[in-house]
Design a binder for this molecule. Structure first.
Ligand code: HEC
Ligand code: HEC
Ligand code: HEC
Length: 267
């Protein structure tokens, strides 16, 4: 009598365990797009143009595209469709945002659903493994006084494939382009019908925001989005990142088309 329900419970538990997917996939797969979502997505799919990057455009020795750009972004799910680097529209911030894609996952900035708390860790994009928090992972020097080729320089572990990514329930809340769902998405994108593409685009963007956070979501002392100490930053490093003059400067812009002269940086 007792054994029967017990087996069922065990069975349910194991099925549940086997399909425990990360936050992003769960959110995507549980999305049932309504007509409005599909209509919006249809417009976006129509406006989408695949842009081919010309590799040989540089005139030596000027403007050579850094290899890190392609190297760093090619394992990302998002760059299956988005440019690498992806930001083009906002002339003022795009260079800074693209720079951040070297060390911050797209999902860290674009996936911020209300009422959900993530924690953030360094992730190796080669295999999605967690990289232990370490001061050397930051670009920001550990100690400003020491010059290159000192033991301080040797502590540097920066790597364009190790980035700060969101975690939920001890799992990374994102996927890489090698994931089965990403491969299926490429297939739909390349050979699916328009309706299949519209639906897929709708669900993969459902947990995402159109715009990432403002600079001062991260670059300020009170309750910043990222806990730099937990990511391994030493006190002085964290202080320099939080107080960096460039994002402070961005706070002065109140209008989209406002122009601020460079010499007012000194005021
Ligand atoms: C299967 C293709 C595809 C994938 C994969 C994809 N996107 Fe998009 N995305 C689009 C299209 C198409 C648009 C609309 C046109 C455009 O902006 O190029 C878009 C638009 C956006 C926008 C602009 C806002 C908007 O809604 O128009 C953001 C932000 C964005 N995507 C982020 C991401 C992020 C982050 C990922 C990875 C988690 C991702 N996308 C993965 C196809 C894709
Ligand atoms: C440091 C935070 C940050 C990171 C990391 C980031 N984004 Fe963004 N993204 C933004 C912000 C902020 C905007 C809004 C810019 C604006 O229009 O003011 C944006 C806008 C966009 C847009 C709209 C179109 C455009 O040209 O600006 C797309 C598409 C996009 N991001 C894709 C991505 C993808 C793909 C990645 C990862 C490879 C990524 N983003 C990583 C902050 C970020
Ligand atoms: C999601 C959090 C986040 C957002 C949003 C963000 N930053 Fe940053 N930014 C960081 C982190 C973390 C670092 C330190 C990276 C390191 O040292 O490896 C950094 C570093 C920088 C640096 C120093 C780069 C260097 O190598 O010295 C500049 C400049 C900067 N950010 C400007 C901006 C601007 C401008 C914006 C808005 C357009 C912005 N940031 C938005 C997290 C963020």
């Amino acid at each position: 009598m007792i054994r029967f329900p017990f087996t069922i419970i065990l069975l349910l538990l194991s099925v549940n365990g086997a399909s425990a997917e990360n936050y992003y996939l769960q959110a995507v797969k549980s999305t049932r797009p309504d007509d409005e979502m599909l209509m919006k997505s249809r417009e976006k799919v129509k406006e989408y143009k695949k842009v081919e990057i010309q590799d040989d455009l540089e005139v030596p020795p000027f403007h050579k595209r850094g290899d890190w750009e392609t190297e760093s972004l090619k394992k990302t799910f998002c760059t299956q469709c988005h440019l690498s680097p992806p930001h083009t529209k906002n002339l003022r911030s795009r260079a800074f945002l693209n720079m951040h894609t070297q060390f911050i996952a797209c999902e860290t900035c674009h996936m911020r659903p209300e009422g959900v708390d993530f924690d953030y860790q360094w992730v190796n994009y080669r295999d999605q493994s967690v990289v232990e928090a370490d001061a050397g992972l930051f670009r920001q020097p550990i100690n400003l006084q020491k010059k290159q080729n000192t033991p301080d320089a040797e502590k540097r572990k920066t790597d364009v494939l190790v980035k700060i990514a969101p975690f939920k329930d001890n799992q990374t809340a994102m996927i890489l382009n090698s994931h089965a769902f990403a491969e299926q998405t490429t297939k739909i994108w390349e050979t699916g019908s328009e309706e299949e593409r519209v639906k897929r685009r709708a669900i993969i963007h459902q947990p995402l925001k159109e715009k990432g956070p403002q600079c001062d979501a991260c670059h300020q002392k009170d309750n910043p989005l990222l806990d730099l100490n937990a990511l391994g930053a030493e006190k002085a490093q964290a202080k320099r990142i939080l107080n960096h003059i460039v994002p402070q400067f961005f706070k002065r812009y109140k209008e989209d088309d406002q122009k601020i002269r460079i010499n007012s940086l000194l005021q």
